[in-house]
Design a binder for this molecule. Structure first.
Ligand code: 13P
Ligand code: SF4
Length: 328
């Protein structure tokens, strides 16, 4: 078979003109079939991307899908650390990412050097890292968690086990509180979306919508969480939005989730919480870098690909496998 020539990347993605009038959704569907490829998309990507995905989910759900897929190619529409996790779990599969520049402010708040230094200060501590970390940080980690399973996993550790939890300070403080653990050192990283919801605006929204249920992600600060009726990972917030009888929900997480919430409960109203800078929609710009045009080009050229050196991947896999085992 003739080798596909890899195009150049500009700002992390293929920058090529696409013929006008091309039905991108149909072309993507055709290529998925021909190449035995699957598209995994996080709930925070755009409506259009979620529409063409084979699976949408939160970080745990997508990692579980990646681990069990029979596809030869995984195209990951999320952020870089998520595609990396898929590659660690499936080292023999081709993992494609529409844009290499889909970073995450939380994952960027810690690196292997800073974690190694921190570990020296707390030598006898078990390192628990949120999945929002690079493969290098995971290689220095004992157990990975996501927001879906952090409480369950931390609760399984002996009460006197000393823990370093990173990098999200809000999730760390929340898990420390709900598990009542001592000797729980929290790294001070944060997500530029969840850490910036406006607590005063939330108070006003609650007054304006007294019957609304407030759903909040545990990456939000205490000033938001203390006002919430439900705290949980994106998949739990989604579940509550269609399971509860309430007709109005005030939602403190990335608004990409509204696509699935509205799809499942078209008659209900979902109200976003503005951010502290007055922005009515507090979006993750990294997630929104996944566009249908980039997905088309990435699938066509099977590029850019996420690659992880074998030894690093093997080290990172140990703590991810522990998470998969402990969250069963
Ligand atoms: P979830 O675990 O809810 O997917 O949250 C992780 C996250 O912040 C994705 O951006
Ligand atoms: Fe990272 Fe926050 Fe975006 Fe999630 S929402 S990918 S934690 S920056």
């Amino acid at each position: 078979m003739a080798e596909v020539i890899k195009p150049n990347l500009k700002n992390g993605h293929i920058d090529m003109p696409i013929p006008e009038g091309l039905d991108l959704k149909a072309e993507i569907a055709k290529m998925k079939k021909e190449k035995n490829a699957v598209i995994l998309a996080h709930y925070y990507t755009t409506d259009e991307v979620q529409e063409i995905a084979d699976y949408t989910g939160d970080s745990l759900g997508l990692a579980q899908q990646a681990a069990k897929t029979q596809a030869d190619i995984i195209l990951f529409a999320g952020v870089h650390f998520m595609a990396e996790t898929a590659k660690v779990l499936c080292p023999n599969k081709k993992v494609l990412i529409p844009d290499l520049a889909t970073s995450c402010s939380l994952a960027d708040s810690i690196n292997e050097k800073s974690l190694a230094e921190f570990k020296k200060q707390y030598p006898d501590h078990t390192v628990i890292s949120y999945v929002n970390t690079t493969a290098e940080v995971k290689a220095l980690t004992d157990i990975v968690v996501t927001s879906s399973n952090a409480q369950k996993i931390v609760s399984q550790l002996p009460a006197d086990e000393k823990v370093i939890f990173g990098p999200d300070k809000n999730l760390g403080n929340y898990i420390k509180k709900v598990t009542g653990r001592e000797n729980f050192v929290v790294w001070q990283g944060g997500c530029h979306v969840h850490d910036h919801f406006d607590p005063e605006k939330l108070r006003e929204l609650k007054t304006q919508h007294p019957n609304a249920v407030v759903l909040a992600h545990p990456e939000c600060p205490e000033t938001i969480l203390e006002q919430a009726d439900v705290i949980g990972a994106t998949s739990l917030l989604l579940k509550k939005s269609y399971e509860l009888d309430a007709q109005e929900f005030i939602v403190a997480t990335e608004p990409g989730i509204f696509y699935e919430m509205k799809k499942r409960s078209p008659q209900k109203t979902f109200i976003p919480v503005p951010n502290v800078n007055g922005r009515p929609l507090n979006v993750c710009i990294n997630m929104k870098r996944n566009t249908i045009q980039k997905i088309y080009l990435t699938l066509k050229y099977e590029f850019p690909e996420v690659d992880i050196p074998k030894e690093l991947g093997e080290k990172a896999q140990i703590c991810i496998n522990r998470m998969m085992e402990m969250s069963k």
